[in-house]
Design a protein around this ligand. Structure first.
Ligand SMILES: NC(=O)c1ccc[n+]([C@@H]2O[C@H](COP(=O)([O-])OP(=O)(O)OC[C@H]3O[C@@H](n4cnc5c(N)ncnc54)[C@H](OP(=O)(O)O)[C@@H]3O)[C@@H](O)[C@H]2O)c1
Length: 261
């Protein structure tokens, strides 16, 4: 055990794949107790089983659709059956749907992105905050994106909702000032997870193209960053952290090595 996170209750949304699943494993390695939510409960159960093997004293799962208030409230009710306080809330559930220009945008994609990345962040935070308010030194860590800071073609809604999430983080930071509850955003550049497969609706070739010739961030890179943020002393709050792979100097400045086929 390397940190002060042993036996702390850590709640992770979107823990069925990518950053969320890797983060669950990383906190498990620190001896944390885990509450995992996402829509694919079978995947959550596999992640939870791995976490127990890695040293988590508890790893419980419950269905969660952050795009729905009743689902989020049912999830929060389940959390209350497990613990009276949450030490670390990781608002990770999210993603992009499509990469259309505004002219070609689809209502269903726009609505899904707004529901999950923006309203979902608000819903989960509202539901879990009462379990954190009397818990000085606890942390809310929101997964934003470089997309919330810099716009790109075909990213209008995803960039928009991640920019909105950044403003939610900043508002919350001020609203909770004086409570001892820490709030921060961790904003990654491109990382190889299921993100692009979801964005391109299962098109493997389009997904591969995003990372072609680069060494992208991995889910484990983000997971260990989150462990680091949550294990700072209580007087230290990591407000904002932008993390990119070395090959991505800026959103449009990516070093790609020649690919031999
Ligand atoms: N990968 C990147 O390049 C990158 C860069 C910057 C930021 N991000 C952000 O990082 C976060 C994690 O993404 P990832 O890269 O790890 O992608 P991922 O592998 O696709 O994971 C996304 C997770 O979000 C969950 N999720 C999606 N919609 C949900 C909903 N309505 N309710 C509950 N959970 C939901 C998914 O679970 P279910 O499908 O089982 O519900 C899954 O566990 C997202 O917020 C994403 O926007 C990713």
């Amino acid at each position: 055990m390397k940190t002060n996170l042993a036996k702390k209750w850590v709640l992770i949304t979107g823990a069925s794949s990518g950053f969320g699943a890797a983060t669950a494993r990383a906190f498990a390695g620190e001896g944390s107790k885990l509450i995992l939510g996402a829509r694919r409960v079978d995947r959550l159960e596999s992640v939870a089983a791995e976490c127990v093997k890695l040293g988590a004293p508890a790893a419980v799962v419950h269905a969660l659709d952050v795009g729905s208030t009743p689902s989020t409230d049912a999830f929060a009710a389940f959390v209350r059956t497990q613990t009276e306080k949450v030490d670390v809330l990781i608002n990770n559930a999210g993603g992009a749907h499509g990469a259309d220009t505004v002219a070609n945008g689809k209502d269903a994609d726009w609505e899904a992105m707004i529901q999950v990345n923006f309203l979902g962040l608000l819903r989960v935070t509202r539901a879990i905050l009462p379990l954190m308010m009397q818990n000085s030194g606890s942390s809310i860590l929101n997964i934003g994106s470089i997309a919330g800071r810099v716009a790109y073609e075909g990213g209008s809604v995803y960039c928009g909702v991640k920019a909105a999430a950044l403003q939610v983080t900043k508002s919350l930071r001020m609203e909770l000032c004086g409570t001892g509850v820490r709030v921060g955003t961790i904003d990654p550049g491109f990382a190889e997870t299921e993100f692009s497969m979801v964005r391109f609706k299962g098109d493997q070739a389009k997904s591969d193209k995003v990372y072609e010739g680069t060494e992208p961030l991995t889910a484990e890179d983000i997971a260990e960053t989150l462990v680091w943020c949550a294990s700072r002393p209580p007087n230290v709050c990591i407000d904002e952290l932008l993390i990119k792979c070395t090959d991505q100097a800026a959103i449009h400045k990516v070093h790609r090595r020649p690919v031999t086929k």
